[in-house]
Design a protein around this ligand. Structure first.
Ligand code: FAD
Ligand code: FES
Length: 246
């Protein structure tokens, strides 16, 4: 796959709080992103290292990011205003390239972000995926109406049992039979690690601390059954069967 990485300055159209520390930022400017699950590197004013954020959604001239305030960089990002511009290195990573007929989406926490566009892409093919969406507590859920409307079944699981079924996506999967051909998973490492113990029949979107974000520094390398691979370049989407967790 050819990456068409390019740098651009995009204007912030909106930057709104969705729920506890989770924001949605919509940026305006020409957009050539092709695959759901790819990501951008955002230059946050005052910070040397760029921050990788998944493309939650995009059109020809908009880019939507859904991000959680974790540290100083994302905190600064949450204070940026409509009309300001943001430097973005865009169209990074491979994205989800193999869309199957009977998909299962497994989302944990802010790992839900890339699934907005993936669900839309499935819908364009006439497919409604089944989705398991895990959160610590019900206040953390985002875009539930969108996911309810555009999936075949939306299964909510919370650690504290405040919404849906008490547990996490893996505990749900281990005790319930779901019919699917491939899964598409993104979430905390612990969720992905437990998921591949249950089944490797799918794809994982991995996170790593990143330096350059486009394959030059090797800082994001992981071990796979096919040798070391860079999360930013060969990933962030990997076949679950090739990922090795220590
Ligand atoms: C390919 C990719 C896609 C991502 N997509 C999203 C997204 O759509 N929405 C979103 O909210 N976040 C996403 N992230 C995570 C995001 O990059 C980090 O949350 C962000 O860089 C933190 O920056 P900060 O300056 O706020 O935090 P820092 O001050 O740099 O760190 C704060 C805390 O976050 C931890 N942290 C920082 N970066 C990462 C990371 N990459 N992985 C795990 N822990 C980290 C640090 O260990 C520290 O504990 C993605 C990461 C990758 C690699
Ligand atoms: S972050 Fe530099 S190679 Fe991946």
């Amino acid at each position: 796959m050819v990456n068409k990485m390019y740098k651009c300055n995009l204007e912030i159209i909106s930057n709104e709080l969705l729920t506890n520390k989770i924001y949605r930022m919509v940026l305006k400017g020409e957009n050539r992103i092709e695959n759901p699950g790819s990501f951008v590197e955002v230059t946050i004013p005052g910070f040397y290292l760029k921050r990788p954020i998944s493309v939650a959604d995009y059109t020809n001239d908009t880019l939507t990011l859904i991000y959680k305030v974790l540290g100083h960089g994302t905190d600064k990002m949450s204070t940026m205003l409509k009309g300001e511009s943001l430097e973005v290195l865009t169209d990074l990573g491979n994205g989800f390239t193999n869309l199957t007929k009977n998909p299962l989406i497994v989302a944990g926490g802010i790992g839900v972000a890339p699934f907005v566009n993936l669900v839309k892409k499935f819908n364009e093919l006439g497919i409604k995926p089944t989705m398991i969406y895990g959160e610590q507590t019900k206040e953390n859920y985002v875009l539930l109406d969108f996911f309810k409307e555009n999936t075949k079944e939306l299964i909510l699981v919370t650690d504290d049992g405040s919404s849906g079924i008490k547990g996490n996506p893996c505990s749900y999967l281990s005790s319930n039979k779901i019919d699917f051909d491939k899964y598409y998973a993104c979430g905390p490492n612990i969720m992905l690690k437990n998921l591949i113990k249950l089944t490797t029949n799918g794809y994982l979107s991995l996170e790593a601390r990143m330096g350059c974000g486009f394959g030059a520094c090797m800082g994001c390398s992981i071990e796979t059954t096919k040798g070391p691979k860079r999360v930013c370049k060969e990933g962030p989407i990997f076949e679950a069967s090739e990922v090795i967790y220590e």
